[in-house]
Design a protein around this ligand. Sequence first.
Ligand code: AVI
Length: 321
Amino acid sequence: MIASAELSIFEQSFAADVQAGLTKAGQKELPSKYLYDTVGSRLFDVITALPEYGLTRAEDRILRQHSAEIVARLHTPLTVAELGSGSGQKTRGLLEALCVRDPTSYYPIEISPAALAMCKREVADIQAISILGLERDYLDGLAEVAASRQGKPLLVLFLGSTIGNFDPPAAANFLQEVRGLLQPGDWLLLGTDLAKPAPVLLAAYDDPIGVTAAFNLNLLGRINRELDGHFDLSDFEHVARFDATACRVEMHLRSNRRQRVAIEKADMSVVFEEGETIWTESSHKYTPADILRMAQLSGFRCEAQWVDTEWPFAENLWIAE
Ligand code: AVI
């Protein structure tokens, strides 16, 4: 047994989440945020380039084609905070369009130090930008930006349909908390993937060259590396499912046989039945009506929406009421 005092604060909370998720009655679960260590973040970048995964390219097209129009709707100068900036590539065009009008402060908020460093490099050469990266979780980072906004309106970017990885009550709660940190008239630019036929979605989340499978299985690899887990990755298989009622794609890891796996730093050993799964991520897909409802429920008004026609995806400009 490993005493919890010997674990870092991060290991303690990772171990507690793994312990809670794998002992949950009924469906075992692991939080999707743990998919993004260095290996997982690189694999996710590859996913965004896959022909079957149109989401990122759709958002890029919208931001490239409409950045001037988006900026024209905003009152500048403003302060920009981005929740989960990733590599910063998707945001560059919009920041350039903003900085041409006025000097702009940009605060990327990221829990991954590697992504934050990449993002700062990506946008550093934009004229009239000042960048301050915050290695925090989204709401703590946003609270800090809101406190130092110096009277300027705030534009919050939450791109890439990351909101779809929250279940609907958690999404509503998160958006309400974001709203709680804003003032009336502040903006939220929210990327949301739209509903599309099940075969298209299943191909996007179970690609033929296995990148998404590796991304999902890496979660067990991460438990082995960081929590001294004993998963044999060849005993698990990536599964993508579409739940039409909830309009979400689910990722699972299915145990190929009955097995017991020890995880030393979580002080546990867990039995998997043959065919039993661990639910690792949900990606909710929306209708335009869902997006309007989310805005109303969380204290925003939808000011404008841009939709990509090649891969249905909506970029939504909300204003805090
Ligand atoms: C980050 N997030 C919006 C991605 C999604 O589509 O839900 C994560 C992902 N999972 C599998 N493929 C991509």
